[in-house]
Design a protein around this ligand. Structure first.
Ligand code: ASP
Ligand code: MG
Length: 443
């Protein structure tokens, strides 16, 4: 593979949805083959759905049952679809079976065993993609990220990569003359025990590898057009945002835009490497570029979150403290906590922890389930605009607050009204007159 060794390379990250079947894997290979002279570095997620399935397998094993049939069939049929040897992953399945049987024997699921089990998703997909590339005549090698030197702390399930990894990863990758297909999500601690970076962590792996390599760009290939001005499932008129600053990307992802992992954005910002979100189905489109000097539109979009519940208490000197203390005791991660319209309110993911917190607070607490939240990103002050638009559409607001350094207006509403609210606010904000920019006065 001829290349100029000094020119910065690109990292290409592919999510599970882009690897979901043989046709999609062929498309991924095509994108890498076209870039072969530039020595692309690939980072892959597990095949769609596989990580959740592995998680289930680990829990079932702890409860006494081991059945790997579905997992085997899923990967063997992918191999068959790509005309690869169906036995290709047998060694990995044998290892997975050993770990699952050890969990079954212990009748408990330790965090390090869970990570070991979860790692098979990315280890399998990296091998499938690399084998398919090799079959198409290009040199390609699957690499487990821990073999590159990606070292983390021992916080299994949510491990953090240690700074000394960067130099090891860089020198290891420089020595390999082939397309490297690296496992996302997976690493190891200093003792060599497998760790994982938290769900959807492959984006973070890709950004870290981009940082280590001083990459020209980290491309996050998706099945959507880029970072969109709203979730297209809720707002069909949503459009692609062409450029985003790191700060806006960080804010959007922190408020529910799930297209990128917020920590991946942080890593890119820290090292100044540009990110780009592109679609594998429309590879000629430029996608969304995330970079330091982005020229952004006034209206970036609306972000939404679902499956929340709102817990509230009559406001008093201590109500907010009580809510916060109860949330902390039950391990809740609030989306927001504050006082609004005479009540202390806590908005958090719906589920057992929140129910336990409500139970503990007793009859003084009110809980509203099936709640969604929405944040508007406009350069202008638009809070009143939002209220007027929602009132006209007869959509009730359950709570209002501001968030972040830019004081973005946020709302909670009934989940059943989320699509209507998102569409109506999107339309209103897209059509707001452009903000006049005050020309800088010359001295
Ligand atoms: N496979 C892991 C998950 O599904 C990591 C990732 O996809 O980024 O969470
Ligand atoms: Mg995934």
């Amino acid at each position: 593979m001829q290349s100029s060794p000094s020119s910065p390379r690109c990292v290409h990250k592919f999510g599970g949805a882009s690897l979901a079947d043989g046709q999609r894997i062929r498309r991924v290979a095509e994108l890498l083959l076209q870039r072969a002279p530039d020595r692309p570095i690939a980072v892959v997620s597990a095949v769609e759905g596989v990580t959740s399935q592995l998680d289930l397998l680990a829990r079932e094993a702890a409860a006494g049952a081991v059945d790997m049939t579905r997992m085997r069939v899923r990967h063997r049929s992918l191999l068959a679809e790509l005309e690869l040897d169906p036995e290709h992953l047998n060694r990995h399945f044998a290892e997975l079976s050993t770990v699952l049987n050890a969990i079954r024997a212990a009748r408990e699921l330790r965090a390090e065993h869970r990570d070991h089990v979860l790692s098979f998703g990315e280890r399998a997909s990296a091998r499938i993609v690399a084998a398919h590339l090799s079959q198409r005549g290009v040199r390609a090698v699957p690499i487990d990220a821990y073999d590159l030197g990606l070292v983390t702390d021992s916080n299994h399930g949510r491990a953090r990569v240690l700074p000394q990894s960067a130099e090891r990863v860089r020198s290891a990758l420089e020595r390999i003359d082939a397309i490297c297909v690296i496992t996302g999500f997976v690493a190891a601690d200093a003792q060599g025990r497998v760790t994982t970076l938290g769900r959807n962590g492959s984006d973070v792996s890709a950004a870290l590898i981009g940082e280590a390599m001083g990459a020209r760009e980290v491309v996050f290939w998706k099945e959507v057009d880029g970072v969109m001005s709203a979730d297209p499932k809720l707002v069909p008129q949503a459009r692609r945002i062409e450029q985003l600053s790191y700060a806006s990307a960080r804010e959007l992802t922190a408020h529910g835009a799930s297209v990128l992992h917020p920590e991946a954005v942080e890593v890119l910002e820290r090292c100044g490497v540009a990110g780009r979100v592109r679609c594998t189905r429309t590879p000629r489109d430029e996608g969304t570029r995330v970079e330091p000097s982005a020229s952004e539109p006034d209206f970036l979009g609306v972000t939404t979150r679902n499956q929340l519940a709102l817990l509230s208490l009559e406001a008093s000197d201590t109500a907010l403290e009580q809510l916060a203390a109860s949330a902390a005791r039950h391990g809740l991660e609030p989306v927001w906590i504050g006082v609004d319209e005479g009540r202390a309110k806590l908005l958090a993911p719906q589920g057992e922890a929140l129910e336990r917190s409500a139970l503990e607070l007793g009859s003084r607490a009110q809980i509203q389930r099936n709640v969604a939240s929405l944040t508007a990103f406009h350069r202008a002050e638009v809070a009143e605009e939002l209220d007027r638009a929602l009132a006209a559409a007869r959509i009730a607001v359950l709570a209002r607050w501001r968030s972040g350094r830019s004081s973005r207006p946020c709302l909670a509403l009934e989940a059943s009204q989320l699509a209507a609210a998102a569409a109506c606010l999107h339309e209103r904000l897209v059509n707001l007159p452009a903000i006049e920019r005050v020309a800088p006065r010359s001295a």
